[in-house]
Design a protein around this ligand. Sequence first.
Ligand code: AMP
Ligand code: ZN
Length: 124
Amino acid sequence: MSQPVTHAPDNCLFCKIAAGQIPSRKVYEDDEIFAFHDIHPWAPVHFLMIPKVHIASMAQAGAEHAALLGRMMVLAPQLALAQGCNPYPAGGFRIVTNTGAEGGQEVHHLHIHVMGGPRPWLKG
Ligand code: AMP
Ligand code: ZN
């Protein structure tokens, strides 16, 4: 049994970005998903994908989110190529979702990092 979805705190940075209340460099948007460039990129291509609904982290993801999270995972490779990642297998990309303090999560609205492009990268 999953934990309930955490209600969006009034001050969630990524809720505000998804709502257009805080500016971002948009990569993609549909009814459920928003993607934007990371403000401190680790790699030549580095963007974040978020659900528009507030889910604090992967620890709060439940069966009701399976289709949405699946859509995000299937969309990631398409956006990666569109943003300049080179094709698999010589190119590729990295998908990371930090979860919780020990997982390195700083912003508590579930997000997928998508990183790629020619090496070397700043980190990772
Ligand atoms: P995490 O440590 O996985 O929670 O990563 C949070 C990410 O959000 C970091 O890579 C930050 O650079 C990025 N970030 C924080 N604020 C913004 C912002 N206003 N616009 C774009 N990216 C941001
Ligand atoms: Zn949020």
